[in-house]
Design a binder for this molecule. Sequence first.
Ligand SMILES: [Zn+2]
Length: 260
Amino acid sequence: MRESFISQRISLVYKYRETRMKRIRLLLLIILLSVLISSCNINRNSISEWYYPDWAVNARYNQSIKVMDTESALGRYALKTKEITLKDLALIHGHLCDGLVISYIQIKAVLEKLFPDGIVDRTDLRAVSKNGPCWVDAISTLTGTRTNFGTLSIQPEIGDGFIIQRISTGESYSVHLKNGLFPKELTELENKIRKAGAEKTGVNPEDIDKVEKMANNLSRKLLNSMPEEILDIKKIDKYKFEFKFETAKRGDIINKDVSR
Ligand SMILES: [Zn+2]
């Protein structure tokens, strides 16, 4: 009788231990899965794609931008922030080009000055850009400025740079690449291709390959340079924002049918 009671107790203890072990294993599995899922989210933009090469992923100063927006069409400020990367921008714009990379670096550096806490309020910005596809896509995506709301002014005279203003404080900066950083040979080859297209004399496919390679080399160099060393940022006191708008011919599709 007593022996049977003892063996019953032992069996109960074993059962209890087994259940506890099962629970611990399940808990460990859940923890492991959540760590894996969160690391996948963190690394979402650390994965290269055919349109976003390894050199962009691994570039030293290629970091994301933290932004804040409203929660819905009629909503209040969202309580959480989001991160935008150069990869997101390449996806929205259609390709990763030197203009997009230069814009990203320039805009990011100014936003860091306008929002020292590191969270960019995309409801509180106005900007001036030239009428280039890469430049306008970059500034509107990263800052929330729009031509249709009069917060993105198109002014070709700004050149390859921007003026960005925080509406609530009036604080404004202009940003450009430092003189001499954009290779002369790249400008010359770009002009040669544009001229051949405009005059319909036939664009040399090899020139397109060459210009893409040169542009990628420039992007790679800039993304691995300290922003302070490559940018010319100027504070503009009492900047009076004026909205201007003009249409232009889209320049990044003119050679889409050139043979490979
Ligand atoms: Zn582009």
